[in-house]
Design a protein around this ligand. Sequence first.
Ligand code: BMA
Length: 297
Amino acid sequence: MKLERYQFNPLISPNPMHIWESRFVFNPAVVHDGELFHMIYRAQGDDMVSRMGYAVSVDGIHFNRMENPVFEPAGDDELYGVEDPRITFIDGWYYMLYTAYSPYGTRISMSRTKNFITWERFGVVIPDVDNKDAALFPEKIGGKYAMLHRIHPDIWLAFSEDLIHWENFVKIASPRVGMWDDLKIGAGAPPIKTEYGWLLLYHGVKKARRPIYRLGFMLLDLEDPTRVLKRSNEPILEPELPLEKFGGVPNVVFSDAMVEFHGEYYVYYGAADNHIALAKIKKREVLNWIRNQEGGR
Ligand code: BMA
């Protein structure tokens, strides 16, 4: 099972006319509200501080970008930038988890919006340093909100009553020796509910002189998402095109966004930490993979 790339990638490239996004654009969050696709993307200019831009689209392919960033670092916790957003719609709000990067390290922070331009900030929600790759489930599970996060090199869950105080950390998946994800793994897009379980896109990194970032799927139990039911034995997307093999950081496909649209999953990814690209897969094909024997744990 492989994702199929959109033939005219990339969708979005750095804009040399804008100082804040002149060098790299990558790792976007994307949601569909029933009418429009909203993209919040990470961008870097000459100062290499990550800010976030906003782009909007009707078809999920052709995006219109705003001229100025819509989310910028604020305060000591974000001195080096705001990175890798993941957005989940909960109770009328778009909640964004992102990496706040500062001299203290990386930490998970949260903000929410209704319009993608003005934001209500909650600041750091998991105080531990060197945590990242956080994504919220779209609904409560067993009466609690649930969050995926990454304590190196594993994927963990945390639970909360109010989305602000997080506890009950549980490790759910680890790198697999000798496989494509043997160095470290992290959540990609917020999980999507299917009749068989929560479908989680994740990234896996392979040990190498220059580590290779690839994508795969996991399936988590609907009622107890600490149980991993299935996991891609082979990557579903890996660096192949020049765009993915060369750039800001070579050999990287990295995703924070998967949107279900017209019977397909649209996966938006950062190519070599430099451009934003799209790959798709039919939902039917993913459900077939879930149902058959292929794939391990
Ligand atoms: C990870 C994150 C991502 C990035 C990737 C590859 O640690 O920082 O933002 O895409 O490395 O450089």
